[in-house]
Design a protein around this ligand. Structure first.
Ligand code: B12
Ligand code: SF4
Ligand code: SF4
Length: 372
């Protein structure tokens, strides 16, 4: 474990622990093998459409090149291994959602985490230090800091795994000006296990702790803006938003039973009604899912994902719901609905979309009918 040498740093760590976070210290700049690993990942185009991951790599991995005062990183982990709140009554609640998205994302950051981080920054300044916070999608490699801080190891599923909490943890980092003693990394504890690599539905895990985002369900359902490629739609199964498959099979995950007190899992996010994405107006959707990760991607993409989940059931009972997608104002939704209709036996509905005003929709309907 990487220990602080200054009393001020110890005081800051205590203040973070009092707020319920699991915390530990890491050096600011990452070792050269991590830098090369990251560069290779980007060179191999594993970042898919997330262009931001390929920019400013030097600063991302060696932040002191821009923030000369930075000497250490305080890593804060908020476990989200909460029990399933169960589905609310009614609705078509058949799509699975990654556990990290069961809380209202913006609400969680703005109302719960950020005030704590602001207080910690204030404490840091009072103790005579400088600091800067990074939360959620911040431009640092949170997982690398987690390993260097001794919080866990990078599993073959790419996750930071803690032997007591598993991998269901949300991470944040405070860069500080406090000097620290030497680091000692956490040992790798996967052993010969390869369960996650074998269980990934799309073969996204390379096996060395990195993944190819071009194949990851989490990427396609939470980040990708356009149509989900035909070849991945079936493998998505019932994953509506995100994917926890490589964590749920991990033998270290059952240990994850703790969750940070600031978390409030919302049953409507854990088990959303797919009907909402096909019938609500964009405005009504934004109101119902305010501050959630669903709102960030918007109703049309949630409808796209819902249509894939519905089509994968191969249950023609869902055809009336899928048909609503053929009338949707968004071409992305109509195009996906053409494919979903064919999968559920509604070829005639897809044929009608051959005369849609949008080329995208006509093309997709034609390809869906050809593929059958
Ligand atoms: C982009 C991104 C994604 C992308 C790409 C994921 C990926 N594996 O790269 C997509 C959209 C696919 C994604 C999916 C998910 N994500 Co994400 N994602 C991020 C984000 C914003 C950046 C990650 C990144 O830079 N990736 C590029 C790779 C190459 O870098 P890296 O992941 O940091 O990996 C480095 C380490 O593994 C290090 N390393 C490996 N071995 C060793 C050994 C040592 C000793 C050291 C020092 C370092 C080291 O080398 C790598 C690069 O140099 C981070 C937040 C952040 N700022 O870090 C969240 C983050 C990684 N995601 C997170 C989560 C929860 C998820 C999902 C579970 C969400 C879901 N349910 O769908 C999935 C899990 C997919 C998976 N198995 O990884 C959490 C992970 C928490 C944890 N316990 O690890 C983070 C940290 C967000 C957070 N604030 O907590 N995500
Ligand atoms: S999140 Fe899902 S798709 Fe992505 S690597 Fe893990 S199991 Fe595979
Ligand atoms: S499933 Fe096995 S190989 Fe994958 S992360 Fe867990 S312990 Fe490691």
């Amino acid at each position: 474990m990487f220990g602080p040498t200054e009393p001020a740093a110890v005081a800051l760590q205590q203040a973070a622990e009092e707020r319920g976070f699991v915390v530990a210290w890491a050096p600011t700049d990452l070792p050269s093998f991590v830098v090369s690993r990251y560069r290779n990942w980007v060179e191999d185009m594993r970042q898919a459409g997330m262009g931001q991951l390929a920019r400013n790599i030097e600063v991302r991995l060696n932040p002191s090149s821009r923030l000369a005062w930075a000497r250490s990183a305080l890593v804060l982990a908020a476990p989200h291994g909460f029990p399933d709140p169960g589905p609310p009554p009614g609705g078509v609640r058949i799509g699975r959602v990654g556990r990290i998205f069961w809380v209202r994302e913006q609400d969680y950051i703005q109302r719960r985490v950020q005030p704590h981080l602001d207080e910690l920054k204030e404490i840091c300044h009072r103790l005579g230090g400088r600091c800067r916070d990074y939360v959620e999608q911040g431009p640092l490699s949170f997982r690398s800091y987690g390993v260097l801080a001794g919080l866990g190891w990078i599993g073959r599923n790419g996750m930071l795994i803690n032997q007591h909490l598993g991998s269901y943890m949300t991470l944040a980092v405070l860069l500080t000006s406090f000097e620290l003693a030497d680091a000692s990394e956490h040992p790798f504890r996967c052993g010969r296990c390869k369960l996650c690599v074998e269980s990934c539905p799309t073969g996204a895990l390379i096996g060395d702790g990195t993944l190819d985002a071009n194949r990851c369900i989490s990427y396609w359902t939470t980040q990708h803006l356009d149509l989900i490629p035909f070849k991945f739609r079936e493998s998505l199964g019932d994953w509506l938003f995100g994917c926890d498959e490589c964590q749920s099979v991990c033998p270290w995950s059952p240990e994850a039973s703790r969750f940070w007190e600031g978390y409030e899992p919302d049953p409507d996010l854990a088990h959303p009604d797919l009907t909402d994405f096909l019938v609500l107006s964009n405005h009504a959707f934004a109101q119902k899912y305010a501050q959630s990760a669903f709102e960030r991607v918007g109703r049309p993409r949630m409808a796209r994902n819902a249509l894939v989940v519905l089509a994968n059931t191969r249950d023609s009972g869902y055809l009336p719901l899928v048909r609503l997608g053929c009338e949707d104002p968004s071409p992305l939704v109509r195009a996906t609905a053409a494919w979903a209709c064919v999968r559920l036996g509604g070829r005639k509905d897809a044929e009608r979309l051959l005369s849609d005003p949008e080329l995208l929709v006509r093309d997709e309907a034609r390809r869906a009918l050809e593929l059958g």
